[in-house]
Design a protein around this ligand. Structure first.
Ligand SMILES: [Zn+2]
Length: 237
């Protein structure tokens, strides 16, 4: 892959054994990518990009607006998600240790008066982490039995572009903290996906066959997860 610049927009160019040029603008930042047949040179790609410039700009503006909208301030009245449901954040000032309580329609965030945005975010993030930590062992246990394989270790971390990863040698899976905001079946889908990597490293036919066998409805969960309406856009794993 290499980059060309058209106007002030940089475009990733990928040459592949394909028949047609393919243009895409991708979330969250509006990255522009053109996949092109091997025999098409950069000058032709450049002309193609110029002919599509109005559309490219429109898509970029769309993502930039979405990005701004998804910026969180952690103040009362904001929408926050937990296990696929939307809650209203309710910031409550108090004098003792910070805590979070989940209610029917709200997430109550108890913090000291005058707490900074970063502190409020941290309290909520740590709460998400604890909730996810409680959910995961049971699910891994269930799928270890169903799949007849073992995970040695697992962890949660913040990842910008991945829902999960797997280190085969250590038989360890990593799950994105953002999954705390998603429905349980989406979390379960990522766990199964990463566990299948212990059987098949690559996203090939054999990988898909394992997914079909263990979780026939996985396509639906994948679509749901990547619709990206619940949080920032994250789209690979
Ligand atoms: Zn994968």
């Amino acid at each position: 892959m290499h980059q060309i610049t058209v106007g002030n927009i940089s475009i990733d160019v990928v040459r592949k054994d394909i028949k047609n040029l393919h243009l895409g603008v991708y979330p969250p930042s509006g990255r522009v990518r053109i996949a092109t047949p091997l025999k098409i040179d950069d000058e032709a790609v450049r002309l193609f990009a110029i002919s599509k410039m109005a559309w490219i700009k429109k898509q970029k503006i769309k993502f930039e607006t979405q990005e701004r909208q998804s910026e969180r301030r952690f103040v009362s009245g904001e929408s926050h998600y937990y296990r696929g449901r939307r809650y209203l954040l309710n910031v409550i000032y108090h004098k003792t240790a910070p805590r979070v309580e989940i209610r029917k329609t709200s997430i109550d965030l108890y913090v000291r008066e005058g707490s900074a945005r970063e502190q409020r975010e941290k309290v909520l993030t740590e709460w998400y982490r604890r909730q996810l930590k409680e959910q995961i062992p049971e699910l891994i246990d269930k799928w270890q039995k169903m799949m007849g394989i073992e995970v040695s270790d697992w962890g949660i971390k913040r990842m910008k572009t991945k829902w999960g990863t797997c280190t085969n040698a250590a038989r360890r899976i990593w799950l994105n903290l953002e999954l705390a905001k998603k429905p349980q079946h989406c979390l379960e889908y990522i766990i199964v996906h990463e566990m299948v990597h212990l059987l098949e490293r690559n996203h090939n036919d054999s990988f898909a066959a394992y997914m079909d066998k263990f979780m026939p409805q996985w396509h639906f969960y994948k679509d749901e997860l990547n619709r990206g309406i619940l949080s920032h856009e994250i789209w690979s794993y």
